[in-house]
Design a protein around this ligand. Sequence first.
Ligand SMILES: C[S@@+](CC[C@H](N)C(=O)[O-])C[C@H]1O[C@@H](n2cnc3c(N)ncnc32)[C@H](O)[C@@H]1O
Length: 236
Amino acid sequence: MPKITFELITLFPDFFETPLQTSLLKKALDKNLVKINTYNLRDWGVGKNKQVDDRPFGGGPGMVLKPDVLASCLRAIVSKTKDVPYVIVLDPAGTKYTQERALQLSRKDRLILICGHYEGIDERFKKIYADEEISIGDYILSGGETAALVLIDTITRLVPGFLGKEESSIRESFSKVPVDGKQTPLLDYPVYTRPEDFEERKVPKVLLSGNHKKIDLWRKNKAIEKTAKERPDLLR
Ligand SMILES: C[S@@+](CC[C@H](N)C(=O)[O-])C[C@H]1O[C@@H](n2cnc3c(N)ncnc32)[C@H](O)[C@@H]1O
């Protein structure tokens, strides 16, 4: 049984084909760690043209996804199983997505991800049906599909069994580390590999010392230094 099922509501199911058949996501699907079902919203469209959107009340450019169409699609998905899914609408005005939120969502059994398009989604649908609206950053994508893929990738790699034992113990950017007695999210420390000398830049000596205590301390200090320079907001 998969540890988590993603149900994707989209107007462009083809968008997901290659990413889900590539690299680690494919491995997770093959191992049945996660399951991903895609639903073409058009199948719930109304009338002979299978209409899914309409002009905004009050005028203005673009088209808005219809709440009735989205609700029928959602109801059809929800009625398939007994468990209560968690409904996420991808929206630039939603709560900003973080690694911490990815970890919390990786503990859910079933996530429904709703991808908007054009001018967006009728406000009433979001307010009635969404458990959460999530933004992946302060910029505008042309559709929620890219954002849904970001959620699927970040959540899947946190599902137990996805990363090998060795990989899962590796600290990554945004993992919390004790700094002055407080759990603090830090950026990752810099990493190096062979050759030792590259275009007149040498690998820091401490990394060649074999002294793991010293190496750990150096890495932690570098992570703090890098975070203070690039992302001081994380240290606040
Ligand atoms: C062109 S956008 C609509 C933008 C909307 N008119 C606005 O200004 O807020 C179309 C869809 O892309 C998705 N989208 C765009 N930017 C996003 C972001 N930063 N995070 C999550 N979803 C996003 C949403 O699903 C949205 O409904």
